[in-house]
Design a protein around this ligand. Structure first.
Ligand SMILES: Nc1ncnc2c1ncn2[C@@H]1O[C@H](COP(=O)(O)OP(=O)(O)OP(=O)(O)O)[C@@H](O)[C@H]1O
Ligand SMILES: [Mg+2]
Length: 248
């Protein structure tokens, strides 16, 4: 279970998060939506302990991550897989090296076992046989799948997806959503998806939160969010441009 309490974060003069509270139970699929630049990626980075808050805390299964030693934090991070915005692959490495990167660096598994684990992860994301390719040879959708394979090699309990369908055509976007659902059902993962894509929100979320002005402005089922009469939620899910309301 993940509990975020009164999270505050500023960068210089810019206050990005100003009191985020949220709770995600095991097995839930939470979708976080919000205008560009409102702090969604920053929030995900807090959840996996890559960024320290100015105030407030994040608890994973009851453990506050700010209080953990570096070794304990590494253990907690092992519970997470993350698909980064833009996939974040190393261009000079092959698909196999990208997916096995962390396993290889840990040196706790023999090379043959790493190869097998990587092959299984690639099969799971429908990219079997692509081990020798380099990122430059892949389409945007394939890169997302490689990023996803890398996120699941540790058999995580929680997977975070930062805009998994952005920049993809609707058919490929749908196939990525299907993979998100497959990971949730096959690996029994808790899922957090940050997206601007309201179709994805309906497909993969059982709960949706709108981050706005540094706080959780709305929280409900996809249907409740879609049918909300709150003007900010309504404008966001219907794609009505009013930068005054949506920008941070
Ligand atoms: N390391 C950092 N240093 C300074 N400012 C930062 C840093 N990380 C994020 N920010 C700022 O915090 C704000 C929120 O950034 P974030 O990347 O979380 O937005 P986002 O909601 O994910 O946007 P998008 O939908 O465009 O990905 C932005 O204004 C960004 O410039
Ligand atoms: Mg982002």
């Amino acid at each position: 279970m993940i509990e975020v309490s009164q999270l505050h974060k500023s960068f210089g003069q810019q206050q990005v998060l100003c009191g985020v509270d949220l709770r995600i139970d095991e097995g839930e699929s939470l979708v976080i939506i919000g205008g560009s630049g409102c702090g969604k990626s920053v929030l995900l980075r807090h959840i996996i302990g890559l960024v320290q808050p100015d105030k407030g805390d994040v608890k994973i299964d009851g453990q506050g991550i700010a209080d953990l030693s570096e070794r304990e934090l590494i253990k907690v991070r092992r519970k997470f897989g993350m698909l980064f915005q833009g996939s974040a692959l190393f261009d000079s490495l092959t698909v196999e090296e990208n997916v096995g990167f962390l396993l290889d660096r840990e040196q706790t598994m023999p090379p043959a076992a790493i190869r097998e684990t990587v092959a299984d992860a690639l099969e799971l994301v429908d990219l079997g046989g692509t081990q020798a390719k380099k990122p430059a040879e892949l389409s945007g959708g394939m890169k997302k799948r490689v990023g996803l394979a890398r996120a699941i090699v540790y058999k995580p309990e929680i997977i975070l997806y930062d805009e998994p369908t952005t920049g993809l055509d609707p058919v490929v976007a749908d196939s990525i959503d299907q993979l998100v659902i497959k990971m949730r059902d096959q690996l029994k993962c808790t899922t957090i998806v940050v997206t601007h894509d309201t179709r994805s929100m309906r497909r993969v979320g059982n709960r949706v939160m709108l981050l706005h002005h540094g706080r959780i402005h709305a929280n409900g089922t996809p249907e409740e969010i879609f049918n909300s009469t709150d003007p900010i939620v309504h404008k966001f899910v219907n794609g009505i441009a009013d930068p005054k309301d949506l920008e941070f």
